[in-house]
Each structure stands twice: as C-alpha cells, then as structure tokens.
Write a protein that binds this ligand. Structure first.
Ligand SMILES: Nc1ncnc2c1ncn2[C@@H]1O[C@H](COP(=O)(O)OP(=O)(O)OP(=O)(O)O)[C@@H](O)[C@H]1O
Length: 335
C-alpha cells in the first residue's frame, strides 16, 4: 500500500554563505504521515537547518517544501493555520515565555477556539507530562529537564499534526528520558501524529524511528529502516555514527583474523567475542562500565578492539584473552 505523505521537500538548498560549505544542499525527502523519521549526522551536518526548513522558519534558496501537497508558507512573514499544525521543539525554548508560569506557558499553546476548555485541558496536559507540581513556577527558573517537559506539553496541547523535535530529551535524566520517548511513540501510534526527530543518541534513533535519514555535509547520503542501516550500512560514515565499534585498516583487520581487499573494516563491539582460550594473545587495556554491560578495550600488536561484554567483572585490566570476530562490515576506500 502506498504510504500517505505529509511533508515533502524537493531539491531544497539553503546556504548561509553563498556556497555549499554551510546549511543543506539539494535535499529531497519524503515524510510519511503517522511515522517517526529520525535524522542523524555529525555535528554541523545540517540537521537543524533541515528541521527549520520543514517548519517554515527558514525559506530555501531553491527547491520547495510541501505540506499536504501545498507549498509551505514562510512562517515569519505569514503565520498561518498550517503553522499551528507543525510544532517545532528546539533546544533553546524560543517559543516559551521565561517570565510566565508553567501553567500560563502551557495554556498559551491552546488555539483560541479551545480556550473555553482551558482549565481542563491544561490540567490534563500537566498531569500527562508529570509537571502538575510545577504549575505556578516561573518557566525561566526551571531546570533544563523540567523546561523540556513543559515545552513538550505546550507543543502537544493543541494536537499538532507534525512534531519537529530537535534533541528534545537531551537534558532529561535517563529514567524520564525513556518515559518521554515512550510517550512520543504512543502519541504517534495513538493519535497519528508525525514526528521528525533529530538526536545525537544512536540508541534513541534506532529504537524510535520508523525511517532514518543520514546527513553528511548538508546532503542526504543514506536512508532506510533503522534495522537495515544498522545491520548493512552502505557507508563507513553511517556505521561509525550508528554503532559502537572499531574502524580498522586491512592490515589491522588481519591481526583480528579478518581478511579484506577493501579500504576499511568496521567491527561492532557486539560482534567480538572474548574468552579465556588457547592463545590468549590479547590484553584487556580498559574497562568502561556501561550499567547492565561493560565495554572492554582489548589490544594485540598495537591494534585495539572495542568489545561488548555482558559477563561483567569476569575480566580485569591486564587479563589475557582470546578474541574472535563474528561479523564485520567492509567499506571501499572512499565510502
Ligand atoms: N544562521 C546561520 N548562519 C550561518 N551559518 C549557519 C546558520 N545556521 C547554521 N549554519 C551553519 O550551517 C551548518 C549546519 O548547521 P546545523 O545547525 O544545521 O547543523 P546540525 O547538524 O544541526 O549541528 P549540531 O548537531 O551541532 O546541532 C553549520 O556549518 C552551521 O555553522
């Protein structure tokens, strides 16, 4: 069945200095309705610029953005009903009033027609986002995580069609972060909201997104389902950005028992098995505690490998171990 599209960009370019060195170049992107699209890329690759173009707060130098197959108007010049349907949650809370209370800020997210139900709606939103106890606090004095929750409550109170999320959970603690992620998933699944999520956390994107778009130097270089991009990345860039792993030259790969004719190999930490075996050539150099598992850095002949180890405490720094690589990804010299 054909997916219904809600937003489309056709060959959009936005440069800040008249050349391709900043912003985004020639981006064509189709956003399916009622799904989560994740955008991933290194710092400065153009993710926020793309979100601003989708929100209408930036206008492309060339190319077009369509919302429900109609040209998206410039938000600054011409604030229209369509802009109420597209909510942009930024890291800088620019739509929030720092001097007003939490209650007033969330209430301001209501459309005029909804204001007669103000008390009920604001009260429900404060409960849903666990910020009821903050209702009379001044927004500007809240912690970063509290501000993010209030901003999300305000954005969602008027039931937008599209939610553009720029690092929405980066200030929230791990426990609350998971429950916010689940809330966003529920809103997408239950209310048919479309979300576009920019995050630096690969685990967050892999677990939340239905489709992932990889951006490098202002261009889309790869896209697909999170599973496909993680399991079979076409580009070295994608593998390094999505997974915790080690990049090896062909000579270094040989030390790990991997033979390749291509330019480089990436071995994900989860695909390396360590044991106390026969050869025990490798030495545990570092142990990084990760909570429910640990990551070991093991070394042999000046080659270091990252290993995901679920048997915490089994090895110590200096332990001698055997290593086997179960799976690896090969890339051409220029990918
Ligand atoms: N208003 C602006 N004026 C000048 N240059 C800009 C402006 N906005 C973005 N840029 C430049 O465009 C490029 C892309 O920036 P953008 O903020 O979109 O990247 P990003 O991928 O979101 O980065 P990060 O992950 O660090 O937030 C960067 O080189 C940035 O310096």
């Amino acid at each position: 069945m054909k997916k219904e599209l809600i937003l489309e960009t056709i060959n959009i370019t936005k440069n800040f200095f008249g050349d391709k060195s900043s912003g985004v170049n020639n981006i064509t992107l189709l956003i399916p309705k009622g799904k989560i699209t994740g955008i991933v890329g290194e710092s400065g690759s153009g993710k926020t610029t793309l979100l601003k173009l989708l929100a209408g707060t930036l206008v492309p130098d060339s190319g077009e953005v369509f919302f429900h197959q109609e040209l998206l108007p410039d938000r600054e010049k011409n604030r229209q009903d369509v802009h109420r349907s597209i909510k942009f949650l930024t890291q800088d809370n620019y739509e929030m009033d720092l001097q007003s209370t939490v209650w007033e800020n969330v209430r301001d997210g209501l459309a005029e027609s909804e204001q007669k139900f103000e008390t009920k709606k604001v009260s429900e939103a404060l409960t849903q986002w666990s910020i009821r106890h903050l209702h009379d606090q001044v927004f500007g004095k809240l912690s970063g995580g509290e501000k993010q929750r209030v901003t999300i409550a305000k954005a969602l109170i008027s039931k937008p069609e599209v939610l553009l999320l720029d690092e929405p959970f980066n200030q929230v603690d791990a426990h609350y972060r998971e429950s916010l992620q689940q809330d966003i998933r529920d809103i997408v699944a239950g209310q048919g909201v479309t979300a576009i999520l920019v995050s630096h956390d690969p685990a967050e994107l892999l677990s939340m997104a239905d489709q992932l778009v990889v951006i490098k130097e202002g261009e889309i270089v790869e896209s697909g389902s999170p599973e496909d991009l993680y399991e079979s990345p076409q580009l070295l860039y994608t593998a390094l950005i999505l997974a915790s792993g080690t990049q090896l030259t062909p000579t270094q790969a040989k030390v790990c028992g991997v033979s390749t004719k291509r330019g480089s190999v990436v071995v994900y930490a989860e695909d390396v098995k360590v044991s106390r075996g026969l050869s025990n050539n490798w030495m545990v150099n570092k142990i990084l505690f990760k909570g429910i598992y640990e990551e070991l850095i093991v070394e042999y002949k000046n080659v270091q490998l990252r290993v995901l180890n679920r048997s915490k405490g089994k090895y110590k720094i200096g332990s001698k171990v055997s290593v086997s690589v179960k799976k690896y990804h090969e890339f051409g010299r220029w990918s």
